[in-house]
Design a protein around this ligand. Structure first.
Ligand SMILES: Cc1ncc(COP(=O)(O)O)c(C=O)c1O
Length: 393
């Protein structure tokens, strides 16, 4: 379905997903019901959390998390400048102020705990971390900072389903799954994610108080669902808080259950592809493949490289596109988007350097070694031509 010879990402959909969708179509029930309940239970067990609440998408998961934590007007939420814009947009949506923190360097594009701590003020109420590309942030330090300053911790784990935190010094919270390290965590099942349902998301938490608020907020603050009334378990409802319709439907939940069963193996395959890229791109002058020293189980959501400068990136992108290879950019610095320029502007040098030089290469579980070789050869050849031109000049 793609015009690209080698797309950036590709679904692993087959007979399991077909059967899942058919099961729902034949059941005669489409909106939130037994498939969603089963998906939540299976996801909670997989992550190792008490509560998993399925929602319409990852952005809704973030929005509800902020509201359940009581974040709003006058509050500051510290978050990375290198992220998809959803966490920042939802900050503004609840009336709070996003404060952007830098990354430690281009080799580790996750929030810098030292810079995060420097940006804490009396108005800071929460921290959002984003496990970029499936690699966890420096959680031992970040959890300690949040504890010390009494801040809520939200994991934007949209890239990191199935990833596990390992600390090189074996400090707590060593060995924990992404999504179990903060007060609440958010996942996305958008089409290009490791687990894809088209649109879809999940909020997870161990806290009973947050789970209760999240469930009310997801569905208009209503005390019963249409499904409860359909089953005859309830005949009316009350509205106990203001809320939204951020529910997930049965077809997507069924697709999610099928995708969850494939996740471990697909993350393993992604890891092999990333290792192959690392071997083949090693030696390119002034190129960095981030997270070289990463210690832990990544979800390997993205294959990124940081090239020497912006003009080189432009040439690499052009050469790959001409050869039918799709690329992307994760991400521009949010602080430099027009809508966010009035927020933090200073001290984001590493984020800006990363945003100007990063390139995302194709990565999906069914990608072949040959495709990795082809992409690496194309890039290597481009360098050879440049070196030749320099010699002739
Ligand atoms: C890091 C990150 N956060 C949040 C989101 C938002 O998720 P969704 O697209 O499901 O709303 C995404 C998805 O694109 C993401 O990559």
């Amino acid at each position: 379905m793609s015009n690209w010879r080698i797309p950036l990402s590709d679904l692993d959909y087959g007979t399991e997903e077909e059967a899942a969708a058919l099961r729902v179509l034949r059941s005669g029930w489409l909106s939130m019901g037994p498939e969603v309940e089963a998906f939540e239970a299976e996801f909670a067990e997989f992550i190792g959390v008490k509560h998993a609440i399925a929602v319409a998408n990852g952005t809704a998961a973030l929005h509800l998390s902020y509201l359940a934590l009581g974040l709003g007007r006058g509050d500051e939420i510290i978050q990375p400048a290198i992220n998809f814009v959803a966490a920042a947009n939802m900050t503004v949506a609840v009336g709070a102020t996003p404060v952007f923190a830098d990354i430690p360097g281009v080799q580790e594009p996750t929030i810098d705990p030292g810079d995060l701590e420097k940006r804490i003020t009396s108005r800071t109420k929460a921290v959002v971390v984003m496990h970029y590309g499936g690699y966890l942030c420096r959680m031992a330090e970040i959890c300690a900072i949040c504890r010390r300053h009494g801040l809520a911790l939200i994991e934007d784990a949209c890239h990191a389903v199935g990833a596990r935190y390992m600390d090189p010094e074996h400090r707590p919270p060593h060995g924990k799954m992404a999504g179990t390290l903060g007060d609440v965590a958010c996942f996305s099942f958008f089409s290009n994610k490791n687990m894809a349902t088209g649109e879809g998301g999940m909020v997870v938490t161990d806290r009973d108080d947050l789970a209760e608020r999240l469930r009310f907020l997801r569905s208009h603050g209503m005390t019963t669902l249409t499904w409860d009334r359909h089953k005859g378990h309830a005949s009316s409802y009350n509205v106990v808080s203001h809320g939204f319709n951020y529910r997930l439907d049965e077809i997507r939940a069924a697709l999610g259950r099928a995708q969850l069963r494939k996740l471990r193996e697909n993350n393993r395959l992604r890891g092999e592809i990333v290792a192959s890229y690392r071997r083949q791109l090693a030696g390119l002058p002034a190129w960095t493949v981030p997270f070289a020293d990463y210690f832990g189980d990544s979800a390997y959501h993205l294959m990124i490289a940081v090239v020497p400068d912006e003009p080189v990136r432009g040439k690499v992108v052009k050469a790959l596109h001409e050869a039918g290879v799709q690329t992307s950019l994760h991400y521009p610095s949010i602080a430099d988007f027009k809508a966010f320029r009035s927020f933090t502007a200073d001290g984001l040098e590493h984020s800006r350097s990363f945003a100007g030089r990063t390139i995302t290469l194709p990565l999906f579980p069914k990608m072949t070694e040959k495709q990795v070789e082809e992409i690496s050869t194309l890039i290597g050849r481009m360098y050879a031509v440049r070196a030749e031109l320099r010699r002739e000049a």
